[in-house]
Ligand binder design. Sequence first.
Ligand SMILES: Cc1ncc(COP(=O)(O)O)c(C=O)c1O
Length: 355
Amino acid sequence: MTAIWTVNKSIFKKNITQVAGNSPVMAVVKNNAYNFGLDFAIKTFLESGVETFSTTSLREAIKIRQLAPEVVIFLMNPSIEFDTLKEWDIQMTLPSLSFYHQYKNELSGIKVHLEYENLLHRSGFKTFDEMKQVIKENSDLPKEKQLDITGIWTHFGYADEFDVSEYEIEKEAWLTGLNDILKQYDFQFIHAQNSASFMRDELFEHHTHARLGIALYGCRPYSSLPKGSVKQSLTLSANVIQCRELKQGESIGYSFSYTADKDMTIAVVDIGYGDGLLRTRSKHDCMINGTRYQIKALMMSHLLVEVDKTVKPQDTVVLYSKDMRVDEYTFKGVGANSEQLSALNHCTLERKIIE
Ligand SMILES: Cc1ncc(COP(=O)(O)O)c(C=O)c1O
């Protein structure tokens, strides 16, 4: 018996269709497709009609190209491996005016999307005027020396936040600048919205794609969304190995992992932090035979769970499922959706895709 990471592919696909609706999607597949696996994700997105992808890693971008020769691939981080970008037909962010000036010669023939910095302050041009300056300087070059400005984009830093006004501020700054620049220039790709922004506002006017991550992987980006709006295809399950009777005051696990405050039955379960279960997640519950039980301690390869007499060795212990959603634990403060997904260890968990 081992702990198993299972994805139901037909639910994964239904969720893509439901989340995207009629809007074109650029699927964010960074960090091994939020740990779902690039091979699985690219293949399944393609089957669902998604043909535009973005990642932060050039290595992943190349892997996407190997998996999908025809798709559009957008690298959200800048790279100076210009020959590789050309060889694999990867479009890249243009992250600043200084980057443009530093690599003006090497950038010729590279497809870029101009990035607007906005309130995230992680990367991007400070102003739309700077972007206009690049467009102008580029068009003054002979054709064979020009870079190919195919897109314009930004990333909102506050779309997942409801208690502050920053999202409205960054949205306004972007849409105002974009509408102005569109009076003079056309772009093949215009994208700004992550899952939260898209689900709050639908696709903005003029935008060619919603650039979605977490909702495509089955998690609600914010808690006021109804559960039915995003379907979770992932199940993480483990097994009861033994049930132990503990007297009040007895301890179990290394160095008093847990000390019983009353006589109780503890199930020892074959999953731990070595399998990627977050310590914060172990402050909550798991499900055995349809009932929720409190987790008492987390070790590298084991969990200790307070159970009742109905629980038996070999019973399945569910940590995540459609009834124990990753986003439920996000909203309880366990950590970001992506943090819980990314931590899961595919070297130790058995991986199963149900077709
Ligand atoms: C630049 C960029 N765009 C889009 C996304 C997707 O965001 P989400 O997973 O919230 O949809 C991310 C994720 O971190 C990102 O870094």
